[in-house]
Design a protein around this ligand. Structure first.
Ligand code: 8X3
Length: 253
């Protein structure tokens, strides 16, 4: 298969990131697979030893990020596609009954880690006049829901950052896309968010949610479009989901 280029995928060891990694390998990309969990990354590179370069990196540790990226082996330095997938939701508690450390962790990963890594990688893309930056947003960045508070706010940040990034890059060939999925099952997302497997399973009961493969196929399509086509954002939901109505609290007894 023709070698299409190098893609760096964050959060590559599981869920969306793993599906995106496998899909892009099938599409002919070599992948720098970034995640915190070394053993899971080793499994990925065992599956595709020549196509995957594993990098253990914590998205909240921005001090070492630049060194990690700039000391990649020379043959892995020219990144064509960056997939900012790493991110998490913690909790569905309503304000004020929230955990500030959960809020901090979401902001550090979903916002700070993402913008730092993007800034570190974009210079090389501009030098080579080639690149595509894709982030995983969420419908939670557009539609509020109870307990979505800071998670939704981080995803709203990501959506606006990506639009502003595209704007700053006008006149360059760099492409910028935000993927905004709704209900998506089969990953650790709700287990991590709710810290209760049964409650996490219940989120998807009676639904046919999106899957990580649906997200990976969408990214494959976006990346595979001709170089002059930029998909700014894609909001995607399963058929069983619709944007929420506006809430009204009535005090009638
Ligand atoms: C994941 C979608 O609806 O759980 O970002 O916020 S949702």
């Amino acid at each position: 298969m023709t070698h299409k280029g190098i893609a760096l995928v964050t959060g590559a060891s599981a869920g969306f990131g793993k599906a995106i990694t496998y899909q892009l390998v099938q599409d002919g990309y070599k992948i720098i697979a970034v995640a915190r969990r070394k053993e899971k990354l080793e499994q990925l590179s065992h599956d595709f030893p020549d196509q995957i370069y594993p990098v253990v990196m914590d998205m909240t540790d921005t001090r070492n990020m630049e060194t990690t990226i700039h000391t990649l082996p020379p043959e892995w330095q020219e990144i064509d596609v960056l997939v900012n997938n790493a991110g998490l939701a913690l909790g569905v508690d309503r304000i004020p009954n929230i955990s500030l450390s959960n809020w901090d962790q979401m902001i550090k990963t979903n916002v700070i880690g993402l913008i730092h890594l993007t800034q570190i990688i974009i210079g090389g893309m501009l030098d080579r006049k080639k690149g595509h930056i894709i982030s995983l947003g969420s419908i939670a960045g557009t539609y509020p829901y109870p307990g979505g508070n800071v998670y939704g706010a981080t995803k709203a940040f990501v959506a606006q950052f990506m639009l502003n990034l595209k704007t700053d890059l006008i006149g360059t060939p760099i492409r910028v896309t935000n993927i905004e999925p709704g209900l998506c099952g089969g990953t650790e997302f709700s287990d991590i968010r709710l810290k209760d497997h049964e409650k996490a399973q219940a989120v998807y009961e009676g639904t046919t949610p999106l899957t990580a493969d649906d997200i990976a196929k969408t990214i494959s399509w976006v990346v595979g479009l001709p170089a002059h086509v930029n998909i700014n954002r894609i909001e995607m939901m399963p058929v069983c989901q619709a944007p929420a109505g506006v809430a009204v609290f009535k005090s009638i007894k």
